[in-house]
Design a protein around this ligand. Sequence first.
Ligand SMILES: Nc1ncnc2c1ncn2[C@@H]1O[C@H](COP(=O)(O)OP(=O)(O)OP(=O)(O)O)[C@@H](O)[C@H]1O
Length: 230
Amino acid sequence: MTRAAAQPLVRAAGLAVGYGAAVCPPLTFTVRAGQVLAVVGANGTGKSTLLRTVAGQLEPVKGRVEVLGRPVDERSAEFRAAVAADLGDDVFFPALTAREHLLLTCLGHGVAEAPDVVEDLLEEFGLTARADALPQALSSGQRRRLLLAAAFSRPRSLLLLDEPEQRLDTRMRAHLAGRLVEERESGGAVLLATHDPGLVARVATAVLLITEEAVRLLAAADGADAVARL
Ligand SMILES: Nc1ncnc2c1ncn2[C@@H]1O[C@H](COP(=O)(O)OP(=O)(O)OP(=O)(O)O)[C@@H](O)[C@H]1O
């Protein structure tokens, strides 16, 4: 069996997400190795709520979501080893520099040759000159770059990204798109929410379009057109 045909990284069935009450219609989808599922929809349709549920930060209101064939449990070692997330929250240790944040992430996940990996990521994400800065002394876009670098610094089977394009300049957005294509082509799985039709067109293998009335699974090209019309 090919890797892509193996067990889905994410399987949601009749999944209602929300805060006590569901914020959108129930969702049914899978994400397998080598797939990038882009979740799109107008503001407030539930994209972040879905990502937080898959990340284990919120309980499903109804229905089921599994990661690696098990109900989501962000406390389990298996889940934490498999899932890297950047949900856009500026959560940092105030006394650790950019470089130290990446080192901590690498060491926590057993990355070999962590110092070299960290220097490469600082370079790749344009943070080398600010490597010794504390988070509060970084610009908003630089903090986003640091969150993304941290997500890419560690081993993972599934990447969860909430509007990763936000706060990035045009060049870094293009770089991120290339990085996500690499992720897909090397057998990684990605679930991302986005408002960027270009990102959808370049990286998505399928699109989940959420509206107040319904959830539709679209081919990537149709999904990119749908985002552009929102
Ligand atoms: N902590 C919360 N408690 C209650 N309701 C919330 C909470 N966070 C978000 N909501 C509501 O849930 C709905 C879905 O919000 P969500 O953030 O998931 O939307 P979104 O699709 O990610 O939007 P955007 O495109 O603006 O990022 C919205 O109506 C929002 O107001």
